[in-house]
Design a protein. Structure first.
Length: 182
């Protein structure tokens, strides 16, 4: 059975999709999703999703699940400082099986809120700021973030050992990366 991790997965929409496809999923989020995961597992008829409440930077994923086949995170990666994300990706790479796929996105510099991001002109490793108050209110994003261009996120993922298969920017300006552990 494939093993997947959904980092910053909120209510677990992607973890649920992976579980329905036959995976065993670990859902990590700052909010408590345990009851929701238990309800889903009952409906599915197996213990498919394990929910862990906490900050992924404070968790050793290696102690929570077998080696990974799928690593997924949608837009949450920008909520982690660059150096901390590099460290996390290295741990995930080490804990991934050969052939594991990585699907990541982060908040982008070419998004509506990225165009006025205060650290827009800094090197990516130095970016860590809140978006403007107007954009924060509109997008409900109040904590500091590290915003990326698609190639910056791809370079970081590759520097941690993954082979980048595809990197692009969504129509909204969000950088996305698909990578694999060869």
């Amino acid at each position: 059975m494939p093993v997947a991790v959904d980092i910053g997965g909120g209510h677990g929409a992607q973890a649920r999709r992976m579980a329905r496809a036959g995976a065993s999923a670990l859902l990590i989020d700052l909010t408590d999703q345990q009851a929701s995961a238990e309800d889903f597992n009952r409906e599915l008829g197996r213990s498919a999703i394990r929910s862990f409440k906490g900050d992924v930077r404070d968790i050793d994923v290696r102690t929570l699940c077998p080696p990974l086949d799928v690593i997924y995170s949608q837009r949450m990666m920008g909520c982690i400082r660059y150096a901390e994300l590099r460290d996390l990706l290295k741990v995930l790479f080490e804990h991934a099986n050969p052939g594991a796929r990585c699907f990541l996105s982060a908040s982008g510099l070419e998004t509506e809120f990225g165009l006025t991001y205060p650290h827009r002109d800094l090197p990516v490793a130095e970016r860590w700021a809140s978006i403007t108050p107007e954009m924060a209110e509109k997008h409900q994003m109040y904590a500091p973030e590290c915003l990326y261009r698609d190639l910056e996120l791809a370079e970081l993922v590759a520097a941690c050992g993954f082979t980048v298969l595809r990197a692009w920017q969504s129509t909204f300006g969000t950088p996305k990366v698909i990578a694999e552990k060869l």
